[in-house]
Design a protein around this ligand. Structure first.
Ligand SMILES: [Zn+2]
Length: 372
């Protein structure tokens, strides 16, 4: 662990100077078509992490149960991510942008202090995994959001994610109330200090809710997709990207219902006297490919420009089974894209170039070392 940490910081110190040798390395990697999966969660955590969280929640009512931080060894971490590594090998995906379990963020639970403690532990594990397997995982952080607490409260952890851990994005929960939608929408100035810091760090955010407290909204089947769709509409109705022209947001899960209803969104924007969606949003908003059937993927690529699509699978995430009609895993999304017959240029954008650009991967020491 210590050796890895030293190596990481040695690499981090080199951020900034893009040498000619890196340029050559990138050209070589493009020939090999490194496939970057932008959406993976750590869903195979050691039981000690779950035990800690259970005790932490229990302690909200009974402080005597307050746990100390879990002890998780490097060996446990190595062992725990073997399923992800196996799928990477089998599916030909070379690198995953990896964040804590989304449903586990649980921002609605406890106080801002609860969230801060839990987030710090989860992010550190992601960082350790990224140093243990620098070729396979680059981190995306969780934020210590909490209902009713200004997002500016997350800035210290955001800075730690960027500067100490070398993470390339954070998951931003548009509804830390867990399905009650009690906090202001994403275009409200409530969020602006966080956006200012994201812009300063030149770091994108992935719009991603957590668990649902509302039994009418199944978390991965309804709440996630509704939140993706809702975030997009919040962007349309606001001047967010006028105020933050360089802010980048990724809407996961294929953009929820957005591609399917693109005509509705275009028409609504037109009625509101907004510019065309391409002008209004597409310099700032990107969609991933976590769509689990061929016709859905075809629609995504028909509607959304290739420059705005990032390859992702959410591998070991929402849907883990095998489709009996194809014999393949639903979330083996690379197969659907391979079957589209994209031009070599568009394939390169979706699997590699867009991620490199949107997440500013060239600044990440791990990424550069991987290429070198
Ligand atoms: Zn996710």
């Amino acid at each position: 662990m210590e050796l890895c940490r030293r190596d990481f910081f040695k690499g981090a110190a080199a951020i900034g100077a893009m040498s000619a040798s890196f340029g050559r390395a990138f050209a070589q990697s493009a020939e090999k078509m490194l496939v970057i999966d932008c959406h993976g969660h750590y869903t195979t955590e050691p039981k000690e992490l779950h035990e800690f969280r259970r005790a932490q929640i229990a302690a909200l009512k009974d402080p005597t149960q307050k746990p100390s931080a879990p002890t998780i060894t490097d060996e446990q971490l190595r062992e725990s991510v073997q399923p992800q590594l196996k799928f990477q090998r089998e599916r030909g995906t070379g690198l995953v942008l990896f964040s804590p379990r989304a449903s586990g963020m649980g921002h609605h639970i406890g106080t801002a202090e609860t969230s801060a403690e839990w987030t710090a532990i989860c992010n550190e594990l992601i960082y350790r995994i990224s140093t243990l397997f620098p070729d396979n995982f680059i981190g995306i952080g969780q934020l210590p959001q909490s209902p009713g607490v200004p997002p500016s409260n997350c800035i210290a952890e955001l800075e730690r994610c960027a500067k100490t851990y070398g993470f390339v994005a954070v998951n931003l929960n548009p509804d830390p109330t867990g399905g009650r939608w009690g906090d202001p929408p994403l275009f409200d100035r409530w969020w602006y200090p966080l956006y200012e810091k994201l812009v300063e760090l030149d770091m994108p955010a992935v719009v991603h809710v957590s668990a649902s407290v509302n039994p009418s909204m199944h978390f991965t089947g309804a709440y996630y997709l509704a939140a993706d769709t809702g975030a997009f509409m919040q962007f349309i109705t606001s001047d967010l990207f006028k105020d933050f022209p360089s802010l980048r947001m990724i809407i996961p899960h294929g953009g929820g219902a957005v591609p399917f209803h693109w005509g509705r969104f275009r028409g609504l924007a037109q009625d509101m006297k907004k510019p065309p969606l391409e002008e209004l949003l597409l310099k700032n908003v990107f969609f991933d490919t976590c769509v689990y059937h061929q016709p859905g993927m075809e629609l995504l690529f028909k509607v959304i420009p290739a420059d705005n699509i990032l390859f992702a699978s959410e591998m070991l995430g929402a849907v883990r089974g095998v489709d009996p009609r194809t014999g393949n895993y639903y979330d083996d999304t690379k197969r659907y894209i391979d079957a589209l017959g994209l031009s070599e240029g568009d394939r390169r954008k979706v699997f590699y170039d867009n991620a490199r650009r949107v997440f500013r991967l060239d600044r990440n020491a791990q990424f550069r070392q991987r290429q070198g």
